[in-house]
Design a protein around this ligand. Structure first.
Ligand code: RFL
Ligand code: PHB
Length: 391
């Protein structure tokens, strides 16, 4: 089998890249390790930047997003038991973010890909990539017990943090930067109306961080910071709701509607960047190249901006016959990646309880939050990063 671009991974990065390339008439095949149902069952991101919404609209999956996504004009910060709104819309000249689950984005992109008759090989095992330092790269995999080889012009490594693509690059050719945080996020999904349907709420409290988000007007997504050693079985639903309430202001705590969790999990927090993002004819995009802690809601949005740059580069290559885009991809993508890394790290540092920072650390965080909500300049800096820096 042969294609122009072999895409490894059918997460948001791989599916969106496939859609952008197809729209430009560039042939592509996606190879995914998991089944389609497994990919759809992962509960992850929920907040889309306007640039991501625009890209999804451009590839023809904007309809349900427009009808069912919830625009957020502001975010709210809770500290010292008081809630303060930051008018993101007003401070950015009219920009908003949209609450629409990653599961829905994946569902829409999978549906459009299937309707267009494009090939995605799900449940492929033993995926390996070869010869990306030559003009004839190849992907090998096993499907239903049969060995396959896919020849291509380029390989797009969209296979997430634990994928095979970054791991296939010789160690001497790649530099990795990493920070692992000493806590996790315990997340609960529940079919109850969100306590704050028009703004994501971020809470700083001496007991730890909390977050109130949503997937729809009848489905809520909440998180509390927890020790990284905690096991999800230790947390009953009741213990989760009690802890969330303790970390919010009294009015919001009173208003929370609780119910049985339909998903409960603990996610570790990490900042990570691998440089460069191109190795001959292999290009990394999304979580395969970088991870942000979820505090700034940037992971999925960065995956989208990477594949926008990458699809532009391939279009230049195939349509305009120039390699300038491909040659500049890594540098272009990394400039935006590092700014999002900085923002996600700073918001994580500002809002979480660190084991060794003590009362002094808490007071400094509260002073910074107080400055943030009372200075127009500081609020504007937060707002423009939150809605997404320009592509
Ligand atoms: P994905 O989604 O991990 O997809 C990679 C795909 O590659 C497959 N794969 C392989 N396929 C073939 N061969 C192999 N050897 C393979 N190895 C892996 C995997 O099965 C998978 O299908 O990466 P992608 O596409 O780069 O997308 C990145 C996003 O998923 C991620 O950044 C976000 O979910 C991060 N994130 C958030 N991002 C936001 O923009 N806004 C948010 O509000 C937000 N909240 C979150 C988040 C991530 C979280 N967790 C659990 C990490 C909240 C949480 C709790
Ligand atoms: C989510 O809805 O899952 C979510 C929202 C905002 C964040 C992180 C996660 O910063």
């Amino acid at each position: 089998m042969r294609t122009q671009v072999a895409i490894i991974g059918a997460g948001p990065a791989g599916l969106l890249l496939g859609a952008l390339l197809h729209k430009a008439g560039i042939d592509n095949v996606i190879i995914e390790r998991q089944s389609g149902d497994y990919v759809l069952g992962r509960i992850r991101a929920g907040i889309l930047e306007q640039g991501t919404v625009d890209m999804l609209t451009e590839v023809g999956v904007g309809q349900r997003l427009k009808a069912e996504g919830t625009p957020h004009h502001s975010i709210e910060l809770v500290f010292k038991s008081q809630r303060h709104a930051i008018d993101v819309h007003g401070l950015t000249g009219g920009k908003v973010v949209t609450a629409y689950g990653q599961t829905e984005v994946t569902h829409d992109l999978m549906g459009a890909r299937q309707a267009a008759g494009l090939l995605t090989v799900y449940a492929a095992s033993d995926v390996s990539i070869h010869d990306f330092d030559t003009p004839q790269p190849k992907v090998r995999y096993v499907k239903d017990g049969q060995y396959h080889e896919l020849a291509c012009d380029f390989i797009a490594g969209c296979d997430g943090f634990h994928g095979v693509c970054r791991a296939s690059v010789p160690k001497a050719s790649i530099t990795e930067y990493e920070r692992v945080y000493p806590f996790g996020w315990l997340g609960v999904l529940a079919d109850v109306p969100p306590v704050s349907p028009h703004a994501i709420v971020y809470g700083n409290h001496a007991r730890g961080f909390s977050l109130c988000s949503m997937r729809s007007l009848s489905r809520s997504r909440y998180y509390v910071q927890c020790p990284i050693e905690d096991k999800v079985e230790q947390w009953t639903d009741q213990a989760f709701w009690d802890e969330l309430r303790r970390r919010l202001d009294p009015e919001l705590a009173d208003r929370i509607v609780t119910g049985p969790s339909i998903e409960k999990s603990i996610a570790p927090l990490r900042s990570f960047v691998a440089e460069p993002m191109r190795f001959g004819r292999l290009f990394l995009a999304g979580d395969a190249a970088h991870i942000v802690p979820p505090t700034g809601a940037k992971g999925l949005n960065l995956a989208a901006s990477d594949v926008k740059y990458l699809s532009d580069a391939f279009i230049e290559q195939y349509v305009e016959k120039t390699s300038a885009g491909i040659d500049g991809y890594s540098e272009r993508a990394l400039r935006r990646v590092w700014k999002a890394e900085r923002f996600s790290w700073s918001l994580t540092t500002l809002l979480h309880r660190f084991p060794d920072s003590g009362g002094f650390g808490q007071k400094i965080q509260e002073a910074e939050l107080d400055y943030l909500v009372s200075s127009r300049a500081a609020s504007t800096a937060l707002a423009e990063n939150y809605v997404g820096l320009p592509l």
